[in-house]
Design a protein around this ligand. Structure first.
Ligand code: BV8
Length: 232
């Protein structure tokens, strides 16, 4: 059975209407990263950060999975392939598109975390700074999302899967944010073949064995169909 590790970024959700980070109308254009995606920014202005994530939680709920998400789910369902999706995205479109084996290394909009006691629970659509933690009661609730300077989730699991893979595929990511942007180098050093599927060459495109450029809803289904036609 062929083991495939697939890294996805904001580009795979772009055609579902969810804004990416670094495009001209990107999310970061309106906000400085330091203000909305760092612990320091949250400490400085928790209401601004909650407003930023409340808006993204609503946008994700209003979006639907696209043909790229569904193609990855079809590949996972094919018994000849063992597929792990490692996503930087905090939306749930992979799951709603039918994928089961998904790691959200940067957390999810669906999760809430208490900055005081570490409790986790399903996030309400709207979070506010004064919300009491359901466990300890303190007003220290935050989105369960990995901000800059924080440790991404399940890294050991990811690196182990990466090194044991028969193929590493990167989809819809600009290759700017580490450690995700380093996965192609990790795979290459482990002798794992690498493929980039992206709208345009990413920052790390020269490290990939192969790169195909175009919208995810075109290049991802084409790649999956070709793989399944050839077999494992
Ligand atoms: C950590 C959650 C220690 C928030 C996010 C200097 C050198 C190296 C590293 C660093 C450095 N200085 C600081 C660092 C560390 C820092 C980092 O990498 N900074 C960068 C800016 C230099 N990283 C961290 O702090 C990480 N933690 O390092 O801890 C550590 C290290 C190793 C092991 C353990 C611990 C934590 C980073 C996580 C930050 N949180 N997200 C939120 O989502 O609100 S990052 C944020 O950017 C999102 O997760 C997003 O996914 C991610 C990356 O962006 P992309 O997904 O790539 O999106 P982008 O808009 O950039 O690109 C979209 C791409 O899609 C484009 O290429 C575009 O062409 C393409 N596209 C567009 N449309 C389509 C398309 N493709 C196909 N079809 C389309 N239709």
């Amino acid at each position: 059975m062929a083991k495939i590790v697939i890294l996805t970024g904001a580009g795979i959700s772009a055609e579902s209407g969810i804004r990416t980070f670094r495009a001209s109308d990107g999310l970061w254009e309106e906000h400085r990263i330091e203000d909305v995606a760092t612990p320091e920014g949250f400490a400085r202005d928790p209401a601004l950060v909650h407003r930023f994530y409340n808006a993204r939680r609503a946008a994700a709920a209003a979006a639907a999975p696209n043909a790229a998400h569904r193609a990855l789910a079809e590949l996972e369902a094919d018994p000849r392939f063992e597929v792990l999706v490692v996503t930087q995205n905090v939306d749930d479109l992979h799951e709603r598109g039918g994928s089961h084996n998904v790691i959200h290394m940067h957390g999810t909009l669906a999760g809430a975390l208490c900055a005081a006691c570490g409790a986790r629970w399903p996030a309400p659509m709207e979070m506010r700074p004064a919300d009491p933690c359901p466990e300890c009661g303190r007003p220290a609730t935050r989105p369960d999302i990995v901000w800059f300077g924080e440790m991404p989730y399940r890294m050991e699991e990811i690196w182990t899967a990466l090194r044991a893979a028969d193929l590493f595929v990167s989809i819809g990511t600009s290759g700017n944010v580490y450690p995700a942007a380093g996965f192609v180098a990790d795979a290459m050093h482990a002798g794992v073949p690498t493929l980039e599927l992206n709208l345009e060459p990413s920052a790390g495109t020269r490290l990939f064995d192969e790169a195909r450029h175009g919208p995810a809803t075109t290049v991802v289904p084409e790649w999956v169909a070709g793989l399944r036609a050839r077999g494992a």
